[in-house]
Design a protein around this ligand. Structure first.
Ligand code: MIC
Ligand code: SF4
Length: 643
């Protein structure tokens, strides 16, 4: 029987396990990427492994998140990242060169290769036919050392595209439609593979918008075939020699199929506070808007920004709206500058930000109190913008530009003649802001400022744990709830003791003090606990505060892996109704550790306070149980080597 594209790439990279959905496999990683907010930890972890040089085909370290240098911290981190990259064989993309996913797509992504990135939007590379997966920094560090990446063999969800997008409807609307249908949990345990006659009508940056935001489905990744469209894009990037055609076999099958007729789509928008809260723009049209922000790794490509510039050309943004724009890369910024589009944007009143994540991660441009902000981003979780009561909507670049002009939520189809922008035959290619690794690494001194604190560690798992429930939360808790980002907290990413003071700060500001006072304890969660980003700080900082286990109805993939990597047990209620019977401050008792983790059956947790007990499942593989028993992946790797 023929193979689909996902199966083909996995087969070519398989180092352990069987390709049976749900069972653990290990795959070889060709390329890695890190960004500054997760990278400092990833490189400290890599350094702790004692390996002299990365063993991947290519590893790139980007600086794109922590760019608002309000104190010495971020600049310290940048310098640390630059020097450690030079020493260990890593390419360093300097601040200002752009968002990791955009630059990686332009300059490094290769069809058919595997990419592991310490950022949840790494699947952007799927737009070029790469198997690109987001993970915690520690998993990326292991991959840099040549170790395999372990994951559960995903189911492959075939997304069959037919038709062509109508005028004013864009790639963003495709992924918003899929989010509307599948929800933020709909992709868990799956890879979305796009196929069918509609594929050829989408350019690589459009495909990348779709695979990027597939992260919001909870999917392992998303991927498009590599075809003539891919070839044209790579040629325009001066990389045609790295292109190869890649598609599913003609008789390939999928575990599930989703039909999307592109010609039936309309402009869509995700309402606050979840990317799956999607409705047609017409349903909320007329809502007054106070802010529009264009950018992020989802919608900041050359074509996106050229379209915005054409829509705004010769006009003025509405007097009630603050409009900002952050180009995805230095290549994009230079190109819109040279075509004159940048001047059109400036003239229309757009506030131009540097190339980077910027407002997407709350690095500036927090909206006014209670404001409606329409953004071209991929996440609108409550408070992520930096303003607790802001109402963030997610939409395409075209819809955002329409809102900028009218001051209210506006269907771009009301703007009249559609704008038309084609991909250039040749992008401006200039890699001078990517610094290759040092030729003489032994001469490089890694510079650590006072913001770089050593990695916190812990010992092996205890044989029993008796502690209280520190916090009980509901469904779809994001890593932004657990470990918020933003201009104030992000600079502390290399300083876990300082950062731990903000764990759950938007949910329950007393959490850190309570955890410290009680010497740690448990967290109880609902469905899809830990959705969103790959930040391992959402596991590392709770570990530092003594959290031993999270007991939830279900977990998001990357966060579950991060919990295990840092020695926190991710336990699942065998009977979800037991969730209701637990209260904050209840004392729980788990005994028989670590043995119960090696038995593939539910075990009992005693609720000492309520004098009851309930069953939990762990769904751990033998390797994961060993990692937990060792007290985390770093301890385990020290004991077992890379394998
Ligand atoms: C995000 O979009 O939430 C981030 C910031 O890019 C994170 C990574 C991080 O927290 O550093 C992600 O998506 O993984
Ligand atoms: Fe940066 Fe936003 Fe993309 Fe995360 S989602 S990598 S913060 S642009």
């Amino acid at each position: 029987m023929g193979l689909n594209l996902v199966q083909k790439i996995i087969k070519a990279h398989l180092v352990s396990g069987e390709m049976v959905p749900g069972s653990e496999i290990g795959i070889r990683i060709d390329q890695t990427l890190t960004q500054d907010a997760t990278g400092t930890m990833a490189y400290l972890q890599f350094e702790a492994m004692g390996i002299p040089r990365v063993r991947t085909k290519r590893s790139v370290s980007y600086v794109d998140h922590n760019m608002l240098q309000t104190g010495f911290e971020n600049a310290d981190d940048h310098r640390f990242l630059q020097t450690i990259a030079a020493k260990y064989g890593i390419y360093f993309s300097r601040p200002g060169n752009g968002i990791c996913h955009q630059v990686n797509l332009e300059r490094f992504a290769v069809p058919g290769e595997t990419l592991l990135g310490s950022d949840s939007h790494t699947p952007t590379g799927g737009g070029i036919g790469m198997l690109a997966i987001g993970a915690g920094g520690l998993d990326v560090a292991v991959a840099m050392g040549g170790g395999p990446f372990y994951l559960n063999m995903p189911k492959v969800l075939g997304v069959h595209l037919t038709g062509q997008l109508p005028p004013w409807v864009s790639a963003k609307d495709v992924i918003l439609e899929i989010l509307r249908r599948l929800t933020v949990k709909g992709g868990v345990g799956k890879v979305l593979e796009y196929y069918g006659p509609g594929v050829a009508s989408l350019s690589v940056p459009e495909r990348a918008t779709i695979t990027n935001m597939g992260a919001e489905l909870g999917a392992t990744t998303s991927i498009f075939p590599s075809d003539d469209v891919t070839r044209a894009f790579m040629k325009a990037q001066g990389r045609e020699d790295e292109w190869e055609p890649l598609a599913a076999d003609p008789d390939a099958t999928y575990d599930e199929v989703l039909e999307i007729d592109l010609s039936q789509l309309v402009p869509l928008i995700a309402k606050p506070h979840s990317p799956d809260n999607v409705v047609p723009v017409t349903e909320v049209a007329g809502t007054p808007v106070q802010q529009v922000v264009i950018g992020s790794c989802t919608n900041s490509s050359f074509v996106d920004l050229m379209r915005v510039a054409q829509i705004l050309k010769g006009k003025t943004v509405h007097s009630d709206v603050s409009v900002s724009l952050a180009p995805g890369s230095r290549q994009v910024l230079e190109m819109i500058a040279r075509t004159g589009a940048l001047a059109d944007l400036v003239s229309a009143g757009v506030r131009i930000l540097e190339s980077g994540c910027g407002p997407c991660i709350g690095m500036g441009q927090a909206p006014a109190s209670g404001a409606v902000s329409v953004r071209t981003f991929n996440r609108n979780f409550e408070g992520r913008s930096g303003t607790a009561d802001a109402k963030v909507y997610l939409a395409s670049a075209e819809t955002a530009a329409a809102c900028a002009l009218t001051g209210k939520i506006t269907d771009p189809r009301t703007l009249g003649e559609p704008v038309r922008v084609d991909l250039p035959e040749r992008f401006i290619i200039d890699d001078r802001m990517v610094i290759p690794p040092a030729a003489r690494p032994e001469e490089v001194e890694v510079i650590r400022g006072p913001n770089i604190k050593p990695l916190p560690t812990r010992g092996p798992l205890e044989t029993e744990i008796k502690a209280t429930v520190l916090l009980k939360v509901g469904d779809n808790i994001t890593t932004d709830h657990i470990m918020p980002a933003g201009a104030k907290i992000l600079p502390l990413r290399s300083n876990i003791p300082a950062m731990a003071e903000y764990v759950f700060s938007r949910v329950d500001p007393d959490f850190p003090a309570r955890a410290k006072e009680r010497g740690g304890g448990f967290v109880v969660g609902g469905e899809n606990y830990g959705q969103g980003s790959s930040r391992e700080h959402a596991a590392l900082a709770p570990m530092y505060l003594g959290v031993r286990a999270v007991i939830a109805k279900s977990f998001a993939r990357i966060h579950r892996a991060n919990l295990i990597n840092f020695g926190i047990m991710p336990l699942v209620f065998a009977n979800p109704a037991d969730y209701d019977a637990i209260d904050r401050d209840d004392e729980l008792w788990i005994s028989g550790l670590p043995e119960v983790l090696f038995r593939n059956e539910p075990f009992a947790v005693q609720n000492v306070t309520k004098k009851t007990s309930f069953l939990v499942r762990h769904n751990l593989t033998a390797r994961e149980a060993q990692v937990l028993a060792a007290g985390g992946l770093l301890n385990y790797t020290r004991q077992h080597g890379q394998g």
